[in-house]
Ligand binder design. Structure first.
Ligand code: FUC
Length: 824
């Protein structure tokens, strides 16, 4: 009886939840105060704004995607070429500290270490007499991409709504009050920009304009212009030199337009004044009531493609900051749904076709000197930002990143030639809006030169999902260029005799056994990247029926790359030498690139490597920086271990305070659900969203696997709709109950064999027995390159992990047809 009652209760709770409009909202009972990480982000890919919801003084902190310090520049170090033989020899002789000194002199740039993403400033709205308020609420509705703040003062309820319109290219805030004539405030700008001018115009607009900072020998030359224009309903508008004063209006709509002179990384000859005025003049005649539905429709075109339902519990009734505090100790499945969809919200809001790629902070930054310049770290972080793009059905939003790769494939040719006497193109571990491809920071960070190879993989991935051959033809020269660099640059290792990148480094890890230096030759991650890049380039050449001789060269060289190594502790080796410390818990586990995002390590195809990767994951531990935990969710999902993936989600969804105190020595999440490295870094949001997707569906291993890693807490039931898999398969829906897929709907857009792995026996709803899969998958999109057998240390104990039984089917599909599967 108890059970029945409980089931009934759960059912009621779930049913009422799906009706409940607060489910996809971040909401709070208090204003953000002084804390930026409490404010709520809105954005349209070009403009970003943080809304504080402070009562007496509202702050709308503003960013524009091209407001960066500096101007077109390069940062190659031409001394590199002559020093390569010496650096190599020092590394081979174990004199890594000496090698570091040479690298710092001759490879690390003497020019720009990357420019800064800078804020424009903040629009402040001061409300006299609003110090005593009640009934306060503030929220971000991620189903409609709009914030709302409301409170009561002296019996009047005030409401502010804000959005960054996608079609109208302006930030708009509407202020209303329950009693006519109650809206009065003073608007002014504040800014950390050193060369900004703030003034009002004759037509009572508030403007901010100036030029961005000089930085590291590069002259700041981005001109920006911001214009604020108000539309009043009743009341009066007055201006002094630097402020606008609204008095006794019924309602006010504020339009904020910002633009710069930036055209592309080589050209800043645009007219910021005309652009800002044009956007504003187009938007201003439209009322808020007209702007809102167009904005919501443009946003939902992307957002609504994926729906996740993990059920709900009473824990969901609390404000977002309290749910965050409680998450580790209660079962709050819809909080995961909120966090998951927030990741998609952030990508839609910070990365739109034609705009700049989401940087370390997406498009949200209030500091003139932000951490790591809020630029692009491309030895993991920027790639991580785009892991959710294809599979969570936001492929169009991958475009700014793909465009960045295209630009870098041009900029990086000179770097390859000047620094390494190699053809093709190269990029080191960092870049910025000027597409810098030189080496920065210092030897243990900047020497890594396989970011171009890694980023190129995103182009190939975009093809694998869509099957668009025209796209493939258009990006093939970039893949070829990235491969050509390695054709020229790989050298034979004097001890191991494989072809290796030398000098090389495994991102940012400095093992004691290597004199606490990251420098080495032929590190595992690089070997995996080159293997994958060569394989993609060979396949692309075959599909496009070109470059037979070049593809053959790649095949021959690929055979000579180092295979992966399993070391004395049963671990996957990070370096060719067996020097991993099982107590090392460094945030980068670069050598697991082969497990995710790549597919060179798989439970089904490479059991030994799979077991070694698992040992490595366990030895490195769970809690770390935000992005590191985000990556680990993906890895544990690929390990088919939903419970461990969930454990990482719990660690990631742990509160971090804004003084930077780390949760249990690691990162976590701020009250506004921004990821905490700490400090704020958006990669963890995107990495975790990708990882959660990998728990429901994976398509990288020669098949489509449904429910590969569902944790016990979600077994009871749930559904996800709208994911995408490679080979043009749309995962229209997956519904599960008691750990079994009860129904799955898959649409084929390209035809071909659908190899489907599921946890339980299924049949086609239209009738007909499913054929058990045999042999190689005939679908060309699912051809996985065979991973060379690993070299295994005689000291290693490898225990085969028992895998759960699954069913594997082959279904011949036709393009345009939808297939419905139900549990037997
Ligand atoms: C890499 C990471 C750091 C940080 C920085 C932006 O250098 O090792 O943890 O995320 O990028």
């Amino acid at each position: 009886m108890k059970k029945i009652f409980f089931a009934f209760f759960l059912f009621v709770a779930t049913a009422s939840f799906s009706q409940n409009k607060t489910s996809l909202k971040l909401w709070y009972k208090q204003p953000a105060g002084k804390t930026w990480e409490n404010a709520l982000p809105i954005g349209n890919g070009r403009l970003g704004a943080m809304i504080y919801g402070n009562v007496e003084q509202e702050t709308i902190q503003l960013n524009e995607h091209t407001v960066w310090s500096g101007s077109p520049n390069r940062n190659d170090n031409p001394l590199a070429l002559d020093s390569l033989p010496l650096i190599r020899q020092l590394i081979y002789d174990g004199k890594r500290k000496e090698a570091e000194r040479v690298v710092n002199n001759s490879i690390i740039t003497k020019k720009s270490h990357g420019q800064k993403f800078e804020p424009v400033g903040s629009l402040q709205l001061a409300f006299t007499g609003h110090e005593n308020f009640s009934n306060y609420n503030r929220e971000l509705d991620i189903e409609r991409a709009i914030t709302k703040t409301s409170y009561t003062v002296n019996g009047v309820t005030y409401t502010r709504e804000a959005l960054a319109s996608f079609p109208d290219r302006v930030v708009v805030m509407r202020l209303t009050a329950s009693r006519p004539g109650s809206v009065s405030f003073t608007a002014f700008f504040t800014t950390p920009q050193k060369r900004a001018t703030i003034k009002t115009t004759e037509s009572k607009e508030l403007t901010i304009f100036g030029t961005t900072s000089d930085h590291e020998t590069v002259k700041g030359m981005v001109n920006y212009k911001g214009i604020v224009r108000m539309k009043l309903e009743g009341g009066s508008l007055n201006a002094n030199d630097t402020s606008l004063m609204v008095k006794d209006a019924n309602a006010v709509t504020i339009y904020i337009s910002i633009a710069t002179n930036f055209n592309n990384y080589q050209d800043i000859s645009g007219d910021e004044n005309k652009r800002a005025a044009d956007y504003l003049n187009k938007a201003f005649p439209k009322s808020f009531a007209a702007i809102l539905p167009a904005h919501v429709a443009a946003y939902q075109k992307y957002f609504n493609r994926v729906k996740l339902d993990l059920g709900t519990t009473d824990a969901a009734n609390l404000p977002t900051d309290e749910r965050l505090k409680n998450f580790k100790s209660v079962n709050d499945p819809s909080f995961v749904t909120l966090y998951y969809q927030f990741g998609r919200y952030l990508l839609i809001s910070s990365s739109q076709p034609g705009g700049q790629a989401a940087n370390l902070q997406g498009i949200w930054n209030d500091k003139i000197n932000p951490p790591w310049d809020s630029k692009y770290t491309i030895n993991i972080n920027a790639e991580m930002n785009y892991w959710p793009a294809e599979k969570t059905n936001l492929a169009e939003l991958h475009e700014p990143f793909l465009q960045m790769v295209k630009d870098m494939s041009v900029a990086g040719q000179q770097t390859a030639r000047v620094m390494y006497n190699a053809r093709g193109w190269v990029a080191h571990h960092n870049t910025d809006i000027w597409r810098a491809t030189g080496a920065i920071d210092g030897a243990n960070w900047g020497l890594f030169n396989s970011s171009g190879g890694w980023m190129s993989q995103h182009l190939w991935e975009h093809y694998l999902y869509s099957g668009d051959k025209n796209f493939l033809a258009s990006i093939y020269p970039i893949l070829k260029g990235a491969s050509t660099f390695y054709v020229d640059y790989l050298v034979e290792h004097p001890t191991y005799h494989w072809l290796v990148v030398s000098p090389d480094e495994s991102p940012e890890n400095t093992p004691k056994a290597h004199q606490s230096s990251a420098l080495d030759a032929g590190v595992t991650m690089t070997n995996q990247i080159v293997f994958e890049l060569f394989s993609s380039t060979i396949k692309a050449a075959e599909i496009l029926k070109k470059d037979v001789a070049f593809a053959d060269t790649l095949k021959q060289m690929r055979k000579r790359l180092p295979p992966m190594h399993i070391g004395q502790y049963g671990q996957l080796q990070e370096w060719l030498d067996d020097v991993d410390d099982p107590k090392d818990n460094h945030r980068h586990i670069s050598h697991l690139y082969g497990l995710f995002p790549s597919n060179q390590i798989s439970p089904y195809r490479t059991p030994e490597l799979y077991s070694a990767a698992k040992n490595t994951l366990i030895q490195r531990g769970d809690v770390s920086t935000g992005w590191s935990m985000g990556w680990k969710v993906n890895w544990w999902a690929r390990m088919l271990d939903g419970n461990h993936a969930y454990k990482l989600i719990q660690s990631q969804l742990s509160p971090v305070n804004t003084t930077g105190t780390r949760y249990e020595g690691g990162g976590g999440t701020y009250n506004n659900l921004f990821d905490a490295h700490p400090p704020f870094q958006i990669d963890g949001n995107f990495g975790c969203t990708s990882g959660i997707t990998e728990m429901f569906m994976q398509s990288a291993n020669g098949e489509i696997h449904l429910l590969p890693a569902i944790p016990d807490v979600w077994q009871t039931g749930g559904s996800i709709t709208g994911l995408r898999a490679i080979g043009g398969f749309q995962i229209v829906s997956i519904e599960w109950k008691d750990g079994k897929v009860i129904k799955a709907v898959i649409r084929s857009t390209l035809g071909g064999n659908l190899r489907l792995r599921v946890p339980n026996a299924m049949k086609l709803s239209a009738g007909g027995v499913l054929k058990t899969a045999t042999g190689k998958n005939s679908n060309s999109f699912f051809q996985v390159e065979e991973t060379p057998a690993p070299v295994v240390s005689s000291k290693a104990t490898i225990t085969a992990t028992a895998l759960k039984e699954t069913m594997l089917y082959d279904i011949a599909t036709q393009a345009g047809k939808t297939y419905t599967f139900i549990a037997l």
